[in-house]
Every structure is written in structure tokens, then in C-alpha cells.
Design a binder for this molecule. Structure first.
Ligand SMILES: C[S@@+](CC[C@H](N)C(=O)[O-])C[C@H]1O[C@@H](n2cnc3c(N)ncnc32)[C@H](O)[C@@H]1O
Length: 206
């Protein structure tokens, strides 16, 4: 049988606790993207913001490896990595607490049927870990093209005192536009096709 060409996709160290500075040395703010897929947001964000360091956690080995290689080829290897990890497990091991400046989750759960709700990536485990890892004032940005999912995410985040809505209008997480100067692959497609996108932002409280 042919060997899986992505068997050596980059992984986080297997330690129980993994320090962000150890996997991505440097001094710039650390941003984490959950499920970067083909990587467009990472490339554009790194180009738009010269100081940030970025980590992608992508469950599909193929895309973790290809995007990690392409980051190096584009000169971003010193301040960005993608690891082939299930973000729900990986986040539990990341340290220190209160060290991440922004989490991005773009179009995470494409399954729109009710019975798929239990598979949702954006759930209590992920949200609890993001609350632990975000620095005070740090941001959580989530966007989706499925309205029902947007409502579910809002309900899920509202159960955490750690987050306060930081959208365009006071008290709402909904944003009129993506403020990060970068777009994901799916976002590019949605924008090209003029499909509605629900963009939401919260801030880590105090
Ligand atoms: C619908 S795609 C969106 C890709 C990209 N964010 C975009 O907007 O173009 C969802 C992505 O999340 C990844 N993913 C799903 N579950 C994940 C998990 N538990 N941990 C990390 N990545 C995950 C998928 O492999 C896929 O790349």
C-alpha cells in the first residue's frame, strides 16, 4: 500500500504542557487560527500585520503540511506555523494562560443539519480553552455563512462570563465587516458570490 505522503505533517510536541514561545519563538503578539484549511487567511494576515506571530491548528494533515511549507516558502516561517492537530485537544496543552491576543475561527462547521450539532468544533471545550488562553482584552473572531450556526455560536459564547460582545453596535457581537485585513479561502468565495456572512467578535473580559 502507498505510504500516506502527509504522515510527517508537523505536530506539536507531545508534552502535557506546550509553551507557545517554544514552538514559535519571538516577541510579537500570538494569534491562533483554528482550521485554516488552505491557508489564505494566514498568508494575508501575516502580510497585513508585520508584528504578529501566528499558529494554525488544522486537523487535516495534508493542509497542515502544505500550508506550513508554503508559509516558509513565502518568507513567513519565522513567525508562523501550522500543526496537524485537533484543536479541541491541542488547546488544552498550550501555555501560558492569558497569552494569546486573538483567536480566529473561520467557517468552522460546514454541516448545517441539526443532527450534526454534536460534531460542532465551536463548543464548550474549545470556548473554555480559548477563554483560558486569551489575554485580557484579547479577541475571539468567528464567522460563518450558516445563519443557524451564527445563532448557536452566540448562545454558546453567551454562556461564558469570560467573553463580552465586541461587534459594531454596543452589546452585539455582530460586525459589519471583517476588520483584520485578511480573508479565508471560504470567505473569498462567499464574498465573490455575494453570499451573506455572519461575522462575530468578542473580547476577553478583565
Ligand atoms: C469548512 S473548512 C474552512 C476552512 C477555512 N477556515 C476557510 O474559511 O476557508 C473547516 C476547516 O476546519 C478544519 N477542522 C475541522 N475540525 C477541526 C478541529 N477539530 N481542529 C482543527 N481543525 C479542524 C477542517 O479540516 C477544515 O480545514
Amino acid at each position: 500500500m502507498a505510504e500516506n505522503p502527509y504522515v510527517n505533517a508537523p505536530r506539536l510536541p507531545t508534552d502535557d504542557e506546550v509553551t507557545l514561545d517554544a514552538v514559535l519563538p519571538g516577541s510579537g503578539p500570538v494569534e491562533i487560527e483554528i482550521g485554516p484549511g488552505r491557508g489564505s487567511f494566514l498568508y494575508e494576515r501575516l502580510a497585513a500585520s508585520a508584528e504578529v506571530r501566528m499558529i494554525g491548528l488544522e486537523i487535516r494533515r495534508k493542509w497542515a503540511q502544505l500550508v506550513d511549507e508554503r508559509l516558509r516558502a513565502r518568507g513567513f516561517g519565522g513567525r508562523a506555523r501550522v500543526f496537524a492537530e485537533d484543536a479541541r485537544d491541542a488547546l488544552t496543552r498550550l501555555r501560558p494562560h492569558a497569552s494569546v491576543s486573538t483567536f480566529f475561527v473561520h467557517f468552522p462547521d460546514p454541516w448545517w443539519k441539526k443532527r450534526h450539532t454534536k460534531r460542532l468544533v465551536v463548543g464548550d471545550v474549545l470556548l473554555g480553552e480559548m477563554a483560558r488562553l486569551l489575554r485580557p482584552g484579547g479577541e475571539l473572531f468567528v464567522q460563518t455563512d450558516v445563519e443557524e450556526r451564527a445563532l448557536q455560536y452566540q448562545e454558546a459564547v453567551a454562556r461564558f462570563d469570560a467573553f463580552s460582545p465586541a461587534g459594531t453596535a454596543p452589546g452585539s457581537p455582530l460586525l459589519d465587516a471583517n476588520p483584520y485585513g485578511a480573508r479565508s479561502n471560504r470567505e473569498h468565495r462567499a464574498d465573490d458570490d455575494q453570499l451573506p456572512v455572519w461575522r462575530m467578535r468578542w473580547r476577553r473580559v478583565g
